[in-house]
Write a protein that binds this ligand. Sequence first.
Ligand code: KIV
Length: 288
Amino acid sequence: MRRDGSSAAALSTLTALRASGRPIVMLTAYDFPSGRVAEEAGVDVVLVGDSAAMTVLGYETTRAIATDELLMLTRAVRRAVTRVPLVGDLPFGSYEHSDASAVATARRFVDDAGCDTVKLEGAGTMLARVRAIVAAGIPVVGHVGLLPQSVTSPDGYRARGRDAEQALAIVADAEALETVGCVALVIEAVPAEIGALVTERTSIPVIGIGAGAATGGQVLVYHDLLGLGEGRVPRFVRRYADTRGTLVDAVRRWADDVRSGAFPTREEGYGMPAEAMAEVRERLRMSS
Ligand code: KIV
């Protein structure tokens, strides 16, 4: 989609999806193959999430990924994703401190990595950052509920908005993000009731992850959906494959074949005319 340099096209895709009433399907991707899989499978929007920090770079939290690391992954996904909007996550520490830094980082994701829109986490002081990025002509997706960039330890991934005060704050944040110009929202790990309420009270697409079935769409992390990661996954993940198991099994069988001599066979290599080989041997014999 970005091939024509059009963030406007991405925006109208999101708006049209919301208007159609059909749930929006968003998936994360982190490299060329995952981008290809996402697009070939027909997802509506691809997000290069900063979850890449954990899924592909092995960091403990999303806070560790550097802007250059995420940009490199985003460029790879953009090479694969040509038909649907691409959302780039702004990494922790790259946009919070000033409007200027927010705009500069957002520009890198659009100009250097080809994103159609960027995503950032939170409201409050981030509302000014959203306003500044939007004023620079870059569409912004907001993110409310559980904000992974604020999580500093593994036990921090609990659902948010389960009491009235937190729930009201999430609703207020979502409304404020719409007011300052967000084109869509991601809402993460909140009760289904709050996912529904935020969807009802805003007119932009609301894409849920662990936010119930009433949001305008769903997003999942590629590695979670495909069973590519290790360890526990959040309760809102449905695994559609055990890809990691399949991969480990395949590599193990190949290693066994190498060790037993079953790999490679003659057919899995290149042949050589017998005369040419005879000449090689003869010339080696002559020269020794
Ligand atoms: O980084 C990410 O993958 C995300 C999703 C959880 C929406 O922000």
